[in-house]
Design a protein around this ligand. Structure first.
Ligand code: AHM
Ligand code: MG
Length: 334
């Protein structure tokens, strides 16, 4: 406590964004503003997530609306909050959300960016107080500024992302993102309402000893996936599966490991969505020195061609050497 005052003041997200903006001579400040808007949306969703249990106590916390209607589901609320924050921010001309079939025009046709997002991922975990997350992916639009955005703005392919990230609502709330210059992580300080830089340069260990998948689908997995998982078990690796993609991904990033959502008999294309689940996490993992592939051939996720805004993909993501091993297991099984 004596030297508490001697502690350096932490770097806030705001200060960090400003510093980065001045490092890139071309920066117009628009992407910076968009990142701020996303951080604000994250704070708002964080607040909703934190008081989710209280909303069951109808009325007591003002959770019933004026018409006396029941509270909406948290993922619906998150969707509304996120869209509102981006509309007010003015930088995004359109949004693609897991919650809506069609792309959402924000009315900001002067905006240069489009944002694909899963406002609250891990739907099965929302009601049971298990970590959940928001995922986002940003592109510079290819349609002319001043006109409404189209699907083409979203279907540019994973390598065209200019920024991506997530907010993890866990034991602490974190914002992790990349603009293509490495990966940074910020931790939310509730009482100050600020994100502070806590992980300046996130790199995933090249090897790991944790595998993460839903083993309930075991009999539906392709043979090479089972072979690889058996090998993990033989080596005495640890199995961990939250069932929230952001949480399982975040653990893999920090500790090393592999996360798998392979094709199954019921979901031959995989379950996860390419544009707002797989692409952004693949961009982040490559920036953190890891790997993300879609199939037994080891095709990088970022090279999968997007033809539909809501298309699904299989996903194998994590420590490079583990991802390579599963590809090797595919060749050996073939
Ligand atoms: P959701 O977008 O409906 O929440 O589904 C995505 C989630 C991921 O967070 C998680 O990794 C996966 O689905 C879990 O699926 P399963 O229950 O099949 O293991
Ligand atoms: Mg989802």
């Amino acid at each position: 406590p004596d030297n508490a005052l001697a502690q350096p003041v932490g770097t806030t997200l705001e200060r960090y964004i400003m510093r980065k903006q001045s490092e890139f001579a071309y920066a117009t400040g628009e992407l910076s503003q968009l990142l701020r808007d996303i951080a604000l949306a994250g704070k708002i969703i964080n607040r909703e997530v934190n008081r989710a249990g209280l909303s069951e106590l109808k009325g007591a916390f003002g959770t019933e609306n004026v018409q006396g209607e029941q509270q909406q589901k948290l993922d619906v609320v998150a969707n509304i909050r996120f869209i509102r924050a981006l509309k007010n921010g003015g930088q995004a001309c359109a949004i693609l959300s897991e919650e809506e079939d069609e792309i959402i025009q924000t009315g900001n046709n002067q905006g240069r960016y489009v944002v694909a997002m899963d406002p609250l991922d891990g739907s099965a975990n929302i009601d049971v107080n298990v970590p959940i997350g928001t995922i986002f992916s940003i592109y510079r639009r290819i349609t002319p500024v001043g006109t409404p955005a189209t699907k083409d703005d979203f279907l540019q392919g994973g390598r065209k992302q200019i920024a991506a990230g997530y907010v993890l609502y866990g034991s602490s709330t974190m914002l992790v993102y990349t603009t293509g210059h490495g990966v940074v992580g910020f931790t939310y300080e509730h009482s100050l309402g600020e994100f502070f830089l806590s992980h300046p340069d996130l790199l995933i260990p090249q090897n790991g000893k944790i595998f993460s998948c839903n083993e309930g689908h075991w009999f539906d997995y392709p043979e090479y996936v089972r072979t690889y998982l058996m090998e993990c078990k033989r080596k005495g690796y640890t199995g961990r599966y939250v069932g929230s993609l952001v949480a399982d991904y975040h653990r893999s990033l920090l500790m090393g490991g592999i996360y798998l959502y392979p094709p199954t008999k019921k979901k031959p294309q995989g379950k996860l969505r390419l544009l707002y689940e797989c692409y952004p996490l693949a961009f982040l993992i490559e920036q953190a020195g890891g790997a993300a592939v879609a199939d037994a051939n080891g095709t990088p996720i970022l090279d999968i061609v997007a033809t539909d805004c809501h298309q699904r993909s299989a996903l194998v993501i994590g420590s490079t050497n583990m991802v390579k091993e599963i590809a090797a297991s595919a060749t050996a099984t073939a």
